[in-house]
Ligand binder design. Structure first.
Ligand code: NA7
Length: 545
């Protein structure tokens, strides 16, 4: 590689979403580092910049799904709804960026495509799509877990003559569905938000479903201003309570340890309590064994199938919409507003791809094994190359010319989900094998970024040129990730949590399933032991056990 005589930056930040914005503020304004940010999009917001499809909304309450680090922002920002929609979350992040003057720190419309470690210089060379290069001692990859859409699997799509839209890359001007024949492929959390909204506008809507999902009513609505005043007055307590919960939001502990240890009436009372508007409380606050016992999980699964049968008028359609092949919450449980009722509409129909798979997309629509359909608009809600995809797209080459794509050919290898052996001075907030996604992300992101920046400060203080985890620490983390995941039902099914949604992707748990509290305790322990598991210029120590 080209040798640069000096290093341009202390720190390069990739991404201007929740992670990158906070990292920019903390590194630049609090630590006084020389920082430059790079963002592929035309503005701040990350996930909330790209995902503008109808119905896009956060399934965690707005009072929890926000930053905690700035009191003034927390006190002044007034959420209008219980669960904020995409426009409001984007407006919030734009407000944060403006208030802290973060935009000038980022180069927008700038996608980093090559990130190469230069051992002699002790820095990274980052190159964007247009060929411009910068060097930085440290890199924070705030690229997010769900920012790279899964590649299209239909060769015929290239010849389709109608409009095609991907939910994760929705046009800013919106899409006019009025009177049109519309198809949606996919029934994940995204599609389940979009389908009822599209159904209201489209001439006809045909949903192509491969795997049905367990969805429950979000019960969104205006946020009562006095309730919000109350939260704002007690934010410190709300945040503290949230940080002491598995999911990183102040949800009650389970009502009972086991779904099998109570009467049918009591079980129904508990599920009824959380079905409408409980959100993820359906898992965190009902029974303690839903993620561990197939028999316990079947009780919530059957409860949810009963609700589907109640809500969908046509029994055949209800059966097609009822999951039979996975446990509740082993695939990401969606929340909905009128999803099941959409199938009671005259203009909506459902195609069961288990019975009649898609053969290909044609010039005019979709061909399944038994029929040809014509559409004006195709909506691909087919998901993401989650967790690892966004990092692999950075073209990372570490020490000794090792490519990340080679090192991770059999699945991700990280330490704490935040650093990679052989890729020095690189940190990934919400990286693969971190607690990412299994918790309320904004406070989690603050923890990750704080940890990364304290590691950077420690390395700088000790005069370390290349900070990276030891191979022992990485191996132990990998076993730990598998151990925890295997104790749950999550490794027993195919899901994007396991990498199985992308053809050819290695099957491995891509997340730390131990929850926010344990994860924070591990961070604290590692840091308290002088960043144990990280080698400061060869002074390797083992991960504490
Ligand atoms: P998901 O949850 O991965 O959903 C994608 C959906 O698309 C799912 O129903 C898939 O069925 C379906 N799919 C994917 N590829 C195909 C093909 N080739 N043919 C037919 N159907 C297909 O992604 P989302 O965007 O909904 O959600 C991602 C997360 O973003 C969400 O959970 C939130 O955390 C934010 P499958 O299940 O693979 O059979």
């Amino acid at each position: 590689g080209r040798e640069a005589p000096t290093t341009d930056l202390d720190l390069a930040i990739i991404g201007a979403g929740f992670s990158g914005l906070y990292a920019m503020h903390k590194a630049r304004d609090v630590m006084g580092l020389n920082v430059q940010g790079f963002e592929a999009g035309g503005g701040v917001g990350g996930t909330w910049y790209w995902n503008r499809y109808p119905g896009a909304r956060c399934d965690i309450e707005s009072i929890y799904y926000s930053y905690s680090f700035d009191d003034e922002i927390a006190k002044k920002w007034r959420w209008s709804e219980k669960f904020a929609g995409q426009p409001e979350i984007l407006a919030y992040l734009e407000h944060v960026a403006d208030k802290l003057d973060l935009r000038r720190g980022f180069a927008f419309d700038t996608r980093i495509v090559s990130t190469v470690w230069n051992e002699a210089a002790g820095h990274w060379t980052l190159t964007s799509e247009d060929g411009a290069s910068t060097t930085a001692r440290f890199v924070i990859a705030g690229t997010g877990p769900l920012s790279i859409p899964k590649e299209n699997e239909f060769p015929g799509l290239a010849h389709y003559t109608g409009e095609v839209h991907r939910t994760g890359k929705w046009p800013h001007e919106g899409v006019d569905f009025a009177g049109k024949r519309v198809a949606v492929i996919g029934t994940g959390a995204t599609a389940i938000q979009a389908i009822p909204r599209i159904a209201e506008q489209a001439g006809t809507l045909t949903v192509f479903q491969r795997t049905p999902n367990f969805a429950a009513p979000l019960d969104n609505g205006p946020l009562d201003p006095t309730e919000l005043d109350d939260v704002i007055a007690n934010y410190a307590q709300v945040r503290e309570n949230s940080r002491n919960r598995f999911i990183g939001a102040d949800y009650p502990l389970p009502e009972h340890p086991s779904a099998l240890g109570v009467s049918d009436d009591e079980r129904k009372r508990v599920y009824d309590k959380y079905y409408v508007g409980g959100g993820f409380r359906m898992i965190t606050s009902t029974f303690g064994d839903l993620m561990f016992s197939a028999e316990a999980n079947e009780t919530v699964s059957e409860y949810l199938r009963e609700r589907i049968r109640e809500r969908v008028k046509d029994p055949k359609t209800a059966e097609i919409l009822s999951p039979r092949n996975h446990f509740y919450a082993t695939k990401r449980p969606p929340f909905e507003t009128g999803y099941y009722e959409a199938y009671n509409r005259e203009n909506v129909s459902l195609v069961d791809l288990r019975a009649t798979p898609i053969e290909d997309i044609t010039e005019r629509g979709i061909r399944t094994t038994d029929a040809e359909y014509e559409f004006d608009v195709l909506v691909l809600a087919t998901g993401f190359d989650a967790f690892t995809g966004p990092l692999l797209q950075l073209g990372l080459v570490g020490r000794d010319g090792v490519r990340l794509s080679d090192y991770w050919a059999d699945g991700p290898h990280t330490y704490l989900g935040i650093a990679i052996t052989g890729f020095p001075n690189l940190f990934m907030p919400m990286g693969p094998q971190s607690v990412c996604i299994h918790i309320n992300n904004p406070p989690g992101i603050e923890d990750h970024v704080d940890f990364a920046l304290r590691a950077i400060a420690a390395a700088t203080e000790r005069g370390t040129t290349a900070l990276e985890p030891t191979i022992e620490a990485t191996d132990q983390w990998n076993s730990y990730i598998w151990g925890i995941a295997d104790s749950t039902l999550m490794t027993k099914v195919e899901s994007w949590y396991m990498g199985s949604n992308v053809p050819g992707k290695p099957r491995a748990p891509l997340f730390f399933a131990g929850g926010a509290v344990l994860y924070r305790a591990i961070f604290a322990q590692v840091e308290g032991n002088g960043f144990a598991g990280f080698a400061f210029d060869g002074a390797a120590e083992a991960i504490p056990t």
